[in-house]
Every structure is written in structure tokens, then in C-alpha cells.
Design a protein around this ligand. Sequence first.
Ligand SMILES: [Fe+2]
Length: 278
Amino acid sequence: MNWTILNVSIPVHDLDKSKQFYEMLIGSAQNSEILYQPLFDNEENIFFGRQGFGLRLFKPKPDLLVSNYIQSRRSYISILVESINKIKINLDKDNVNYIFKNGNKQNSFKSLLVQEPSLNLIQFIENSSGVNENINGWDMDLDWGVHHMNLESLDVRKSIDFFCNVVGMTEGKWVAPVNKGDFSIDPSELAILPLSNNNTGLHVIKPDEGFGWRNNFAHNPSIGGHPAFTVKDLSALKKRLDNEDILYSDAKVYAMPGFHQIYLYDINANMLEVNQAV
Ligand SMILES: [Fe+2]
């Protein structure tokens, strides 16, 4: 099944302050093209990117005020698919609950909210021609793109089984660089659902409490999931982070060949990765 990343949604406490933080990170928020944005009308939000592709900051509500949808307290991914119907049939077959919404006047797209086996919220949005268009979350004709979404899973094989056999994605093989860091690429501990041969897509990892310590990082990217953004000038970003006294772990090229990675928290303590092709 063809799929692509539409956007990652990141929960924030203060939308204005968080907007400033993300503008420092990747550049200004652009709201001019709304195509997919009306799908996300449950929360107050701010979009970075184009047409709803890219990044969305949202302000979660108190859980007891939410009745007709489910909200995530972690960053989560929205995925564009050619067809939702097959996913729905498979979920029904497996007795997995989900929330399905037909398109309406404000937004013409069907969508489905579901939790994968490790309870990460995943949103699917149907557009039969949208996955083949030039624009996607990775390439928006801007200076940045969404490289991957990393999901923490307590049972990596169960999560991968869900994405492959229920959703219809295809698993790939993790290719590590020559100077690989100290982490496991056993498919029961780290797996990939690739969108390309440069590791874009979905990453699924078993939490590894020693990951940060063994690799000399201040951050542990195996816990809690994280979105990863690719930028064109990582050293300029590192200078801005230095100027603002923001802590980051400079992992260099250690997990993906040809990608220099850094990790940091946003001002809401959401884990982020930023990388650059080198
Ligand atoms: Fe990552």
C-alpha cells in the first residue's frame, strides 16, 4: 500500500511560546495553504509547512472534555493513505476499536484514529491521489522536512505486525553506518517501515534505558517517541541553540548512514531529532 507522512502533531502547553521556539528551530509557520488543515479542528493549533503537510503544534484539552475523539499526550503521526477501507476491514476482523470520520463540507477527506498495539495514536487520512503528488511531509519545497517518526514500542514485533498486516505497509531492514553507535538493530528491538532508501518513514524502537548513557548523550531517543526533521544547515541551528543555552546531544553520524543527528527537548519537554544529510 502506498503511504506517506502528512504531518506530526506535537502537544504544547503555550501555543505562542512554542511557535517562537519552533520558528527558531525550522523557520516561520506558514498557514496560507489549508488543504488538509480542516481535518484537525478538534484542537487549537498552529501549522508549519504547507497544505497541512509538515508539523502541527496543538494544545491538548483536559481528557474529560474529550468525548468524540481521542487525543495524544505524546507527539503523534498522521499518515496519508490511498484507501482507508482495507484498514477498516482488517481492524474489524481483529476487533480493534477505532474512530472513523467520513468527509464533510469543511473537509472532504475520510480519516481514522486508532492506537497501535503499544498504544501510540496513529491517524490515517485517505486521499487516493494525494500520496503520488509532488508534495509530501519530507519534501515541501521548504528548507526542512519530516524525516521520520520514531515510535516507542514495548513489543516491536507486534507493532510491526500491525503496520504490515493490518495497515499494509512493508518492513525494511535497518542499515547502520560504519561508525554505528551502541544500540541494537535486532528487528525485535529496532525496526523500520521505510519510505525511501535513506531511512525516511516510521521507526519503531523498544525502550532501552541505557541508550543515552552508553552513547554519551544527554538524551535518550529510545524513550517516548520523537519526530525527526531534516534541515539544510545543522551547524547554524547548533549555533542558535548554543546562543539560547538549549541543551542538545550531538550524536553526529551514528545511526543512519549519511545523516548527522542531534537530539533536544522542545520547551514542553517533547523529544525532538533534527538531522542533516552529510
Ligand atoms: Fe530518530
